[in-house]
Design a protein around this ligand. Structure first.
Ligand SMILES: O=C(O)C(=O)C[C@H](O)[C@H](O)CO
Length: 315
């Protein structure tokens, strides 16, 4: 595999109308999950991607499994678990395209997965192990699972990428800080947002969090900043790579995951950091123009059209 991940998959109910959920009376059944979205993005760009997960042995679990398999993602490490319902989340979308999430993910099928279940050879054979702060936030035992997994990766020359993806509905800032900081010594690519860096190092002062970042041995630290673009850390400062103008933001969920997928695609191609970020910015801009957590994740040809590198013939 080029890239693998460990994460929970959910049925995502997308509202049929915008506005407070209490007035929404129709939903579309989709799928979501931060780590899973990244694998979908990678697979669409042409990488060999694999997902380690546990789903409920129910209709929703089967639907997610079939969909993920249909995306061309390796699901040999996904198991359906009897007696544990597949996780759900309901989205509330606002006129701006921003949204709120309401989770129903306890008890979670991932409760049946612990460090002893980690597929060691599967991890060893991957080029990149991508992890996020969502899986460790769901359950306390997941924190150790991720720590063990990234240690296995590190010991075996597998690159580790981490997107802190801090979801404060799932854990506190203190829990996030403590857990994610314990991962940092094993991380090669830190793909994060400014607010997450502020939480991670408990400071809004850029100079101070840059000093903290310099204590680690990252290959790259990338700070995603929405429409402004994204930057990479070079010596003592963040260098910006501008983003792309977007005509209409429809749904911002999944843009960060698309960014990660495209950036890691660039890493696998051995591209210079600016080129990887440019592709990642383009994918992020494409994702926010489509409704759904992963529906807007483009195929490589689509991004090439977006970047003007390929002609689009529609009729
Ligand atoms: O993974 C989660 O917790 C979600 O909220 C589902 C979304 O698909 C995901 O977060 C988008 O990054």
């Amino acid at each position: 595999m080029d890239i693998i991940t460990i994460g929970d998959g959910m049925i995502t109910f997308d509202p049929s109308v915008k506005g407070p959920l209490r007035y929404v009376d129709g939903f579309k059944r989709k799928i979501g999950g931060a780590e899973l979205n990244v694998m979908i993005g990678c697979a669409r760009l042409g990488l060999q991607a694999g997902w380690i997960s546990r789903l409920g042995k129910d209709e929703f679990g089967r639907h997610i499994l079939n969909t993920v398999r249909g995306e061309g993602i390796d699901v040999s490490e996904v198991k359906l678990i009897e007696g544990y319902p597949t996780s759900l989340n309901f989205k509330e979308v606002h006129a701006s395209g921003d949204s709120k999430t309401f989770y129903y993910r306890h008890k979670s099928p991932t409760e049946t997965f612990n460090s002893n279940d980690l597929p060691i050879d599967y991890i060893k054979r991957a080029k990149i192990l991508h992890v996020t702060g969502v899986f460790p936030a769901i359950l306390e035992q997941n924190r150790q699972v991720i720590l063990e997994a990234i240690k296995i990766a590190k010991d075996n020359g597998v690159k580790v990428s981490l997107d802190p993806n801090i979801r404060l509905k799932l854990w506190s800032k203190e829990e996030a800080r403590q857990t994610l900081q314990s991962y940092l010594p094993y991380v090669d690519f830190l793909l994060t947002g400014r607010e997450e860096l502020e939480i991670l190092f408990d400071t809004e002062d850029e100079e101070r969090f840059i000093k903290e970042l310099q204590k680690y041995d990252f290959s790259q630290v990338i700070m995603k900043d929405g429409a402004v673009g994204s930057s990479f850390l070079e010596n003592n400062r963040f260098v910006n790579v501008p983003g792309f103008p977007v005509k209409k933001v429809v749904d911002t969920v999944g843009a960060g995951d698309g960014f990660d997928a495209a950036f890691l695609y660039g890493v696998i191609q051995d591209w210079p950091v600016e080129k990887s970020i440019q592709l990642a910015n383009a994918v992020g801009a494409m994702v926010v123009q489509v409704e759904g957590d992963n529906e807007g994740l483009p195929y490589l040809e689509d991004v090439e059209v977006f970047l003007g590198a390929r002609e689009n013939i529609e009729r």
